[in-house]
Design a protein around this ligand. Structure first.
Ligand SMILES: *Cc1c(COP(=O)(O)O)cnc(C)c1O
Length: 392
């Protein structure tokens, strides 16, 4: 792999997050000066004599300059050495699992993992002999108890989790994983690299669904893996190409376009979420507000230590039970009823009937009166007015 194919995050090391978000991974095009990386819609590349590759590019599954720009940028944002961009978050996860695990191995998963992640382990990887057991990420001792020394290859963590926004202590969980000879994987989708950089806290692999905050505009599906260790990077380079679930050039370009405003968006997501939390906490129709920024949240101190701010996701329980919660979800107008999260527009959903319907009746069941908000970057007063009408 050539210098060019590794992106140019080297040159932005030590620069601030906003600078890296805008400049890392790409230098203006040497032939035209194009400030923005072109969408290299090409599958193959002219060779200058057999094997005479320009910049290391020979075929776009193996490497494409638009994807290279995105990968260099993501590595810089997560303070990693190498990043890999995929067609979706789950494609990234699948590649990671098959690169690092073998039949007979074991993985510890969050007991409230993202549903698609749980399904991948439970319905796909398990068939090929990869065992998994659940543990609450907020309880380091229970994660440690779930580890099987010699068998556990990965300790998989989300923080904050979905939809109860539990917080895992990344430093402590890294120690648990490393004591057992396992790697710590952190799905950083909910926090985004702006609010939290797990590799700097001891995590070995960062996973993203870039579909969410990283892309940020609900217009593209994508995923990423970021690592520091170059041997790990070598395995992922091989598997990304061998398995082929890569991000296409259009998707890479859209994602990179989203990233340029990630810092600004996250600040406004957090500002608006804080206003929504204060409003809901004082509302008589609300039983409980769940947000890591609240001192009453059990993970508040850990979140304060490892996150810049507390993010744009807010969950709350509606007084009066499931029917009332469903009614709130159906009555908002600005908060669009829908799954997914992390876009500029506000979304509302009922986890029990929507994103978490598949875990009904299990230990992972969520309260029936729970509502989840992905607080967008609209005018805060309009969002509060919408919630007030829906709750009224
Ligand atoms: C959406 C999501 C994923 C899966 O990503 P896709 O891009 O939908 O494949 C994984 N983890 C978390 C936390 C998510 O929110």
């Amino acid at each position: 792999m050539s210098e060019q194919q590794q992106g140019s995050q080297e040159s932005t090391k030590g620069q601030g997050f906003e600078t890296r978000a805008i400049h890392a991974g790409y230098e203006p095009d040497p032939t035209t000066g194009a400030v923005i990386p072109p969408i290299f819609a090409t599958s193959t590349y002219k060779q200058d004599g057999v094997g005479g590759l320009r910049g290391g590019y020979e075929y776009s599954r193996s490497g494409n300059p638009t994807r290279t720009a995105l990968e260099g940028n993501l590595a810089a944002l997560e303070e990693g050495e190498r990043a890999f961009a995929f067609a979706s978050g789950l494609a990234a996860e699948d590649t990671l699992i098959r690169a690092l695990c073998r039949p007979g191995d074991h993985v510890v998963l969050p007991d409230d993992a993202y549903g698609g992640t749980y399904r991948l382990f439970d319905k796909v990887a398990q068939v090929w002999g990869l065992a998994h057991s659940p543990a609450p990420v907020s309880d380091v001792d229970r994660v440690a108890a779930a580890v099987r020394p010699g068998e556990t290859k990965l300790v998989w963590v989300e923080t904050p989790t979905n939809p109860l926004l539990n917080i895992g202590d990344i430093e402590a969980l890294a120690a648990v994983a490393h004591d057992a000879g396992a790697l710590l994987v952190v799905d950083n989708t909910f926090a985004s690299p702006y609010l939290q950089q797990p590799l700097t806290l001891g995590a070995d692999v960062v996973v993203h669904s870039t579909t969410k905050y990283v892309g940020g505009h609900s217009d593209v599906v994508g995923g990423a893996l970021v690592v520091r260790d170059l041997q790990l990077a070598e395995k992922l380079t091989f598997h990304q190409n061998a398995m082929g679930a890569v991000a296409g050039p259009f998707d890479s370009w859209l994602t990179l376009r989203g990233i340029r405003t990630l810092a600004l968006r996250m600040e406004r997501h957090c500002d608006n979420a804080e206003k929504v939390v204060a409003f809901l906490a004082a509302h008589p129709a609300v039983e409980e507000v769940i947000y890591p920024g609240l001192e009453s949240h059990p993970g508040h101190e850990v979140a304060q230590r490892q996150m810049l701010r507390y993010g744009g996701m807010v969950s709350f329980r509606v007084r009066g039970g499931e029917e009332r919660a469903l009614a709130v979800c159906e009555r908002t107008e600005l908060f669009t009823l829908g799954e997914s999260l992390g876009g500029v527009e506000s979304l509302i959903e009922h986890p029990g009937r929507m994103t978490h319907a598949s875990v009904a009746g299990t230990d992972l069941e969520v309260p029936a009166d729970l509502v989840r908000l992905s607080v967008g970057i609209e005018t805060a007063d309009d969002l509060l007015g919408d919630l007030d009408r829906a709750l009224g």
